[in-house]
Design a protein around this ligand. Structure first.
Ligand SMILES: *Cc1c(COP(=O)(O)O)cnc(C)c1O
Length: 232
């Protein structure tokens, strides 16, 4: 694990994180509440994937960074139906598809807009009333309806762990997401080919990678602690 307090600059933290992460794992730098200045430092250090949880904040940053080519923007926060169109216009990836209703809304908009964005389905495999997302059972039940959404490119599962798990529980929860992806992919009636696993944040990315994560979402480890008033 990289301890960012050991390294004074964003560039150094990115360098050390990269050395700790297999090259096949995509690092999505989570930049909610992070300044444009630090985002430019991250870009200069090679980051091309940015994760934001709020639409308005992300749009302002996209305008401020419009001179930087080849950025992929990832929406990682809960998406409300009335903002779905804007989300599609501003993000190449949506990690936080957490209900059939929002999935159907996105699919309809994609039909109209003629696009096919990449999305992840957000799951919660450890009970957590404060988190959005499907349980494994709900997802398996709703699989036929999700498979019918031809304009959504459903590529992955995303998860956020509850706060109070032990490392052993963290690892086993990540592994159950990996297992669920396999069950969805191999479902005989309605197979949903899941190839991406978006899991692991600053404190648990190493365990997520051990369990098969293909995309990790570190924030504080690269940019320092966020102002508590500005969470999540
Ligand atoms: C804030 C956030 C992160 C990053 O969390 P850190 O603890 O700062 O690494 C990752 N994923 C999601 C969905 C988040 O909301």
């Amino acid at each position: 694990m990289v301890d960012c307090s050991n390294f004074p600059t964003v560039a150094e933290r990115i360098f050390h994180l990269r050395r700790d992460v297999p090259p096949s794992v995509r690092i999505i730098a989570v930049t909610k509440t992070v300044s444009i200045h630090l985002m430019r430092e991250a870009y200069d250090a090679g980051i091309r994937d940015f994760g934001e949880s709020r639409l308005q904040e992300a749009i302002a940053k996209q305008q401020a960074l419009a001179d930087l080519p080849n950025i992929t923007w990832h929406l990682i926060g809960h998406l409300q139906s009335n903002k779905a169109k804007q989300a599609l216009q501003h993000f190449q990836w949506i990690h936080s598809v957490d209900s059939v209703a929002i999935a159907q809304r996105l699919n309809q908009l994609c039909t109209d807009l003629g696009i096919s964005p990449k999305v992840c389905l957000q799951v919660k495999l450890s009970p957590d009333p404060n988190k959005f997302g499907w349980t494994a059972q709900e997802l398996l039940e709703q699989l036929p309806r999700l498979c019918a959404l031809k304009h959504l490119s459903i590529q992955g599962l995303m998860t956020i762990l509850p706060l109070n798990l032990s490392p052993v529980q963290q690892l086993s929860t990540f592994q159950s997401v990996t297992d669920l992806a396999q069950r969805l992919s191999q479902n005989p009636q309605t197979p949903l080919p899941i190839t991406e696993l978006s899991m692991g944040m600053s404190s648990d990315y190493a365990l997520a990678i051990q369990a098969g994560a293909t995309m990790i979402r570190p924030g504080r480890i690269l940019f320092g602690e966020r102002e508590k008033t500005l969470l999540p």
